[in-house]
Design a protein around this ligand. Structure first.
Ligand SMILES: Nc1ncnc2c1ncn2[C@@H]1O[C@H](COP(=O)(O)OP(=O)(O)OP(=O)(O)O)[C@@H](O)[C@H]1O
Ligand SMILES: [Mg+2]
Length: 147
């Protein structure tokens, strides 16, 4: 993925922003440039879709911008927090507190109930979900039937 295939940087408040992001997998003959100088802003309060052919780097971009994978170079921020250079523990806390991720493969824990899968990050953090807020979130995303 290159900048030409990503949305241009927009002004305004950003939920997440990538600037000059590069991600290279492997080396030598197996070297793959998955992200080639990608700059993109996801504004707050909007839905943004990334489209492109298989292998163009969509998942790589999402993983790098969510702090699930490291970048080769460039900058990636969530709100005002720069992800590049954060220690593992700081990244873990940021992901747990600020990011919701729906994976291409669901990555649900089969030994937990639907509700336990939803509250897992809070359970790990030792926090209790507010019942009304939880009901509202579950209702909003249409998961009530799963509980
Ligand atoms: N862990 C990895 N090791 C080596 N190469 C990788 C790795 N992950 C992805 N790639 C390569 O990086 C490029 C981008 O892959 P990526 O999975 O980001 O594409 P995608 O746009 O999400 O594709 P799809 O639409 O199939 O999900 C591809 O060439 C892929 O083979
Ligand atoms: Mg993908």
């Amino acid at each position: 993925m290159t900048t030409s295939t990503a949305t241009a940087v927009r002004t305004g408040r950003a939920a997440a922003r990538a600037t000059g992001l590069n991600k290279v997998y492997g080396e030598g003959e197996t070297r793959v440039v998955a992200l080639d100088n990608v700059s993109v802003t996801f504004p707050q309060g909007e839905f943004t879709a990334i489209m492109g052919p298989s292998g163009s780097g969509k998942s790589t971009l999402m993983h790098c911008m969510a702090g699930l994978d490291t970048v080769s170079s460039g900058s990636s921020t969530i709100g005002d927090t720069e992800l590049v250079g954060l220690k593992d523990k700081q990244l873990t806390q940021l992901r747990r507190d600020q990011i919701g991720f729906v994976f291409q493969a669901f990555n649900l824990l089969p030994t937990l109930t639907a509700l336990e899968n939803i509250t897992l990050p809070m359970d790990i953090a030792g926090r209790k979900a507010d019942k009304q807020w939880l009901d509202r979130v579950v209702e909003t995303v249409g998961l009530s039937g799963r509980l």
